[in-house]
Design a protein around this ligand. Structure first.
Ligand code: CAA
Length: 257
């Protein structure tokens, strides 16, 4: 399906979603979020898709919520409309979503990247929560997810001053998993996503659930959660195939069951 503000490509079992509002540095308008959510629904439902890559342009992953669209809102417009709630669709994805970030990932753009399962950053990437400079504060999880990822001191400094982090600092701080030369970013993200898409889909989905559980629960409950799903993998044909293939020194042929 074609969208106004999202470009889509399919590479084998990987769906690439590209934020596309070139005149506004991919600012997250209502239209863009509506399109993104529809594209995510489509990828989640597609039997032949196993992993999603979310990217932007060379200049911007996304420069935040659309300031021009938000500027005139009253408190009641914001509160009753609860417009940020619809941004969270991406956090409910069961298939993995890899963010490939080049250029600016600011405000809601940084928050959207942090909602993905992990972030691959181009060496041009710049992350920040500059809402404070607009007289507001992060509203799509920035104060919470950034703090969990980089710790209180750096998160507090970034949220209170609006300072941007470059890619090297973001990698050192644990915000991104790796830094990649900008020209290779999307190809490398697709390669990594294809690697994931070649694994057993139920094992991938259970693994994603477990890692995310680490943010929601105590260590002992998280370990119990992991163990229950670990034992559950032994009910899948893919566990038999994966181990048989190892023993026979051949690549596994997973049926995603
Ligand atoms: N909303 C709407 N339009 C935006 C935008 C945004 N967040 N960011 C950039 N644009 C628009 C600019 O207005 C400009 O449009 P015009 O050509 O029509 O003037 C166009 O995109 C290009 O931007 P610039 O000319 O500013 O480009 P630059 O290279 O000089 O600067 C920048 C780049 C530093 C990212 C700068 O655009 C900027 O500071 N953008 C705003 C960043 C920001 O404050 N984001 C947080 C938004 S609030 C939020 O996200 C709330 C939340 O948590 C839910």
């Amino acid at each position: 399906m074609a969208y106004e503000t999202i470009l889509t490509e399919t590479h084998g079992r990987v769906r690439l979603l590209r934020l596309h509002r070139p005149d506004a540095l991919n600012a997250l308008s209502v239209q863009l979020i509506t399109d993104l959510n529809a594209a995510l629904d489509e990828a989640e439902a597609a039997q032949d898709i196993a992993c999603i890559v979310l990217t932007g342009s060379d200049k911007a992953f996304a420069a935040g919520a659309d300031v021009k669209e938000m500027q005139g809102k009253s408190y009641l417009d914001a509160y009753l409309g609860d417009f940020v709630a619809s941004w969270e669709r991406i956090t409910q994805m069961r298939k993995p979503v890899v963010a490939a970030v080049a250029g600016f990932a600011l405000g809601g753009g940084c928050e959207l990247a942090m909602m993905c399962d992990f972030i691959l950053a181009a060496d041009t990437a710049r992350f920040g929560q500059p809402e404070i400079k607009l007289g507001i504060m992060p509203g799509a999880g920035g104060s919470q997810r950034l703090t969990r990822l980089v710790g209180k001191s750096k998160a507090m400094e970034m949220c209170l001053t609006g300072r941007m982090m470059d890619a090297a600092e973001a990698e050192r701080a644990g915000l991104v998993s790796r830094v990649i030369p900008a020209a290779e970013l999307v190809a490398e993200a697709i390669r990594v996503a294809q690697l994931i898409a070649g694994m057993s889909l139920p094992a991938v989905m259970m693994t994603k659930e477990c890692v995310n559980q680490a943010y929601e629960t105590s260590l002992s409950e998280g370990i119990r959660f992991e163990r229950r799903l670990f034992y559950a993998t032994f009910a899948t044909p893919d566990q038999k195939e994966g181990m048989q293939a190892f023993i026979e020194k051949r690549p596994p042929a997973f049926g995603n069951r």
